[in-house]
Write a protein that binds this ligand. Structure first.
Ligand code: G3P
Length: 214
């Protein structure tokens, strides 16, 4: 299972969480990675934790003030990027452009979507993975795998109908190892999560709990 910890703009210490991600990753068969804010990518990557960007823009080098260039993210040490997260939605053409930009920079791609219909559209753009996250469950602590198992199974079906090789992840409300196992039982190859680690008093303990059954 792939466990991607998105730090969003939570006021946690990104380096401390990254060190915990690195250490927990070494003690499990699961693949554990962290997605800090763009300004923290370099410091986080220096810890040795697998580092992802939260977003890249559908742009190339040039006059793009305020945008995030895929090549810069890669130079900072990221190996992959989220695209079209629920909190950073893009138009379909821009999702396509962001996937192209990420591929140009050799970044692995996870395109997020709200529901199985959008997952099918996302899978058609050729990312490495798609992730279904019902926005109403994000940050609630109620795991998608428990609150809406059908959405995960339907997302897997929708993605595989388009591209049998695309990985399907799920997210929203995941905070325990049992949640991760339940996601896997529904056909998900990984999870995206944020508050369960970024807002935890002890992020290391939270991460250890997440991977304990894997
Ligand atoms: O990217 C993961 C995220 O949107 C889920 O957030 O806080 O429900 O784990 P959370």
């Amino acid at each position: 299972m792939f466990v991607l910890v998105n730090l969003k703009t939570y006021p946690c210490d990104p380096v401390a969480v990254a060190e915990a991600v690195r250490d927990v990753n070494e003690s499990t068969d699961a693949r554990v990675a962290v997605a800090p804010q763009a300004a923290h990518l370099e410091r986080v990557a220096e810890t040795g934790a697998e580092t992802w960007a939260q977003h890249v823009d559908p742009i190339d080098y040039g006059s793009n003030t305020g945008h995030t260039l895929a090549e810069t993210v890669a130079e900072a040490g990221a190996v992959g990027t989220l695209i079209n997260h629920s909190e950073q939605r893009l138009k379909l053409a821009d999702v396509d452009g962001a996937v192209e930009a990420a591929e140009r920079a050799d970044l692995e791609t996870v395109v997020c979507a709200n529901n199985p219909a959008q997952i099918g559209a996302a899978a058609a753009l050729g990312p490495d993975a798609v992730a279904v996250e019902p926005p109403e469950l994000i940050g609630t602590g109620t795991p998608v795998s428990q609150a809406d198992p059908d959405i995960v199974e339907d997302a897997v079906e929708a993605a595989q109908a388009v591209d049998a090789d695309v990985s399907v992840l799920c997210g929203a409300g995941i905070s325990t190892g049992d949640d991760v196992v339940a996601a896997g039982d529904l056909g998900s190859e990984g999870v995206l999560l944020a508050s369960g680690v970024a807002k935890a008093d002890d992020p290391t303990a939270a991460l250890e709990d997440l991977v304990a059954p894997l």
